[in-house]
Design a protein around this ligand. Structure first.
Ligand SMILES: Nc1ncnc2c1ncn2[C@@H]1O[C@H](COP(=O)(O)OP(=O)(O)OP(=O)(O)O)[C@@H](O)[C@H]1O
Ligand SMILES: [Mg+2]
Length: 342
């Protein structure tokens, strides 16, 4: 187990084109920390610098209080799992898992023991002699996980390991990863652009935009108290509605004067059901999606397009509707798009 500390990290691939300008952060020992952000924001770059596969332009990275400057990837006590499994096609599952252990000069008996433990954890006992080409995508990703597990790393680094899998497998392996984390209690640093993955797996989320930290917090913190409009709009499914206060029809005494933007989550509104001390917005339903236990509406309101999620059994058939949002479910942001605490 180990923590990871990034100190004043600056990274450019091409001269004077910084990808990461000045990053300082600590990934706590034993946490499942998720680096979350849109495509191209620098997540893989950060992970690869921690792994030693990419060199920082300046700054320091410490793993377990040891400076990693000039320490090879193989000597960093980490294991990395990638999006594309990266298995050796000519080797069996067992040989794939064993390969790294042989490199580490671990005796045969111990290798066998470790392999058996690892395949048990990921549920691949029956597949030891298969070649990767005869495995499903999910099984291949499990081999990649087993290969990481046998190394007993201090830190697991994972770069979008689920993105090549279909939706059903993704949810399944997501649960497997949570279980794996609970068993091993090692530090996990996990990269994804998928906020649902981040919310469901992480003990800590670090939301990045263009190489800069927007917010660090537990999933519930970033969901309930987004620090700015960017975070508000990134987290949630669908994300938070954010409208400009100047476009509201009425005055409300519970809206702070400095609130330029008002946010509310699609799932925290009531449709056509009047509620006390609420914001009231009129609109027309454009589309509705029936999702089994939920109904998603897209609504054209005078303050913009709004998404609403209800948990009713019956969909609303009228076009005209009124949305009520209780004051405790409103989020306020100032002209700099920063959260106003009330
Ligand atoms: N080897 C490279 N040379 C030059 N630019 C690079 C290199 N690798 C990445 N970049 C650039 O650095 C930025 C960050 O890339 P990075 O791969 O870290 O993003 P990411 O957040 O992992 O994105 P994604 O979610 O698409 O994987 C991008 O603008 C990318 O084009
Ligand atoms: Mg990436």
């Amino acid at each position: 187990m180990a923590n990871i500390v990034l100190k004043d990290i600056y990274k450019e691939y091409n001269k004077n084109q910084p990808i990461i300008k000045n990053l300082n952060l600590e990934i706590e020992d034993g946490s499942f920390t998720v680096l979350l952000g849109a495509s191209g924001c620098g997540k893989s770059t950060i992970l690869r610098m921690v792994a030693g596969l990419e060199k920082e332009t300046s700054g320091d990275i410490h793993i377990g209080n040891k400076n990693m400057k000039n320490i090879d990837p193989g000597d960093r006590n980490i294991a990395m799992v990638f999006q594309n499994y990266a298995l050796y096609p000519t080797m069996t599952v067992k040989e794939n898992i064993e390969f790294g252990l042989k490199n580490m000069k671990i005796p045969k008996k111990e290798r066998e023991k470790k392999i058996l433990e690892a395949v048990k954890i990921v549920g691949l006992e029956e597949f030891l002699n298969r070649k990767p080409q005869n495995l499903s995508g999910g099984q291949r990703q499990r081999v990649a996980l087993a290969r990481a597990i046998v190394k007993d790393p201090k830190v697991f680094l994972m770069d979008e390991p689920l993105s090549n899998l279909d939706a059903k497998l993704r949810t399944q392996i997501r649960t497997d990863l949570i279980e794996l984390y609970q068993k091993l209690k090692t530090t996990f640093l996990y990269v994804t652009h998928d906020q649902i993955e981040a919310m469901s797996m992480g003990t800590k989320i670090i939301l990045l935009d263009k190489g800069e930290i927007q917010q660090i917090g537990s999933p519930i913190e970033v969901y309930e108290k987004p620090k700015n409009v960017y975070t508000a709009k990134f987290i949630g499914s669908p994300p938070m509605n954010v409208v400009e206060s100047k476009n509201l029809n009425n005055d409300y005494n519970f809206i702070p004067k400095e609130a330029r933007f008002i946010g509310f989550r699609p799932e925290k509104v009531s449709l056509n059901k009047k509620a006390e001390e609420s914001l009231e917005i009129k609109g027309q339903i454009i589309t509705k999606e029936l999702l089994g236990d939920q109904i998603l509406y897209k609504i054209n309101a005078n303050i913009g397009i709004i998404q609403v999620k209800t948990f009713n059994k019956e969909a609303i058939n009228n076009k005209d509707c009124t949305i009520f949002i209780k004051k405790e479910n409103l989020h306020f942001f100032d002209e700099n798009e920063l959260r106003i605490e009330i």
